[in-house]
Ligand binder design. Sequence first.
Ligand code: DUC
Ligand code: ZN
Ligand code: ZN
Ligand code: ZN
Length: 466
Amino acid sequence: MNNAVLIRQGIVVDHVKAQQADILVIDGKVADIAPEIHRVPSGCDVIEAAGLYVMPGGIDVHTHFNIDVGISRSCDDFYTGTRSAACGGTTTIVDHMGFGPKGCNLHHQLAVYKEYAKDKAVIDYSFHGVIQHINDEILAEMASMVEEEGITSFKLYLTYNYKLDDADVLKALTELNKVNALTTVHPENDAAIALRREQLLGQGKTAPKYHAESRPLACEAEAIARVINLASLADNAPLYIVHLSNGLGLDYVRLARQNHQPVWAETCPQYLVLCDACYEREDALKFILSPPLRPVEESRKLWQGIEDGSIDTIATDHCSFTYKVQKQQGKEDFSACPNGLPGVETRMPLLFSDGVMSGRISPSRFVELTSYMPAKLFGLYPQKGTLQVGADADLVMFDPKQQVTIKHDLLHDNTDYTPFEGKQVQGWPVMTISRGQVVACNGEFTGKAGNGRFIRRQPFHTHQLL
Ligand code: DUC
Ligand code: ZN
Ligand code: ZN
Ligand code: ZN
């Protein structure tokens, strides 16, 4: 199919600059980008983008679609999850694979997930491997996951049923470093959380609001400091901290970097625009996730990290459960509530509004946080994360003039609420293009299930990041 699109006179933004330009897309790739393009193939479609920001499509490197968390299965699958992503300006997701039965190996995990996504995804996708236990087979599989399958990042949990002890964390970090993979970590101190949870429940403190008290920020900060030191012991293995929620953890990341350790940090919109006051609400169950929402001063510290460069990416941790049914499991006992929030569709508009339009960050820094750095860290660059010639024509157009009050009714996921209900934003994604095809336009989904492709990612090399 010879398909050509000319996007005219938008404010084209990359991770370093913004300038008015035309973009020519041919067969799903960026074919030219210039102040004005006059030579275009006959029959070329034209999209007028004057006054719109035209940016690389969002890359959300932290979703949990269709995940079985033991007490429930998240309610967005790879169709509704990617549809929602597309409508919010995201053109690639990297999902954290769920946990197969105990004993299931990494290649099996990948085969299961490829089936989940194959006929459903509407935008391109990849997966992070999840190391749910360590043995010789798992360690031996890591190299071929990277070299043959293009799975070049893996997740370790320090809490939940799949937590690894320190010796296994060291083994995983060491081997993943050796095979050129990036290790991502969910850092929370499991023993401290288990003890507090037992104490709270024993005192009859079972209401949803005690979820946050059961895992205070010191639990997270302690685990961040620990895993940073374990990574240093593992021949200075590269390390990526997921869903950072607090300032002390961020200070540990800064300290590690001052010591030239290859450490990167991700945060999520919920930690920037919501706070622990949500746990005082009647519908507190809607906000149960881990790490929990923090006091408002922590959001301020995270924004500081976004402004000064010590936070590298913004992802969502989209892990949705319905409020009316699934979240109600936690009504009488916070520990029985499935953990997680929806957010894949609201990530880009929230950061555009509260970041760019409020003057905290430049449009280029927005691109860096939402697309360029995710692509660089996770082996998608330069196919993704940029609008340079030859890159996939994955892009989003934001209208800075549109004011929107976020309502669940506007969104395209499969849950029944948004934690951001009623929040006003300035600026909205009015068109999303995935490999040259319009997949969302003015709030309407126009893509197709199965059009998304599995992307084999490049191995990780620290020197390409520094
Ligand atoms: N935290 C959540 O709240 N949900 C999914 C996984 C996680 O780490
Ligand atoms: Zn996590
Ligand atoms: Zn997660
Ligand atoms: Zn190299």
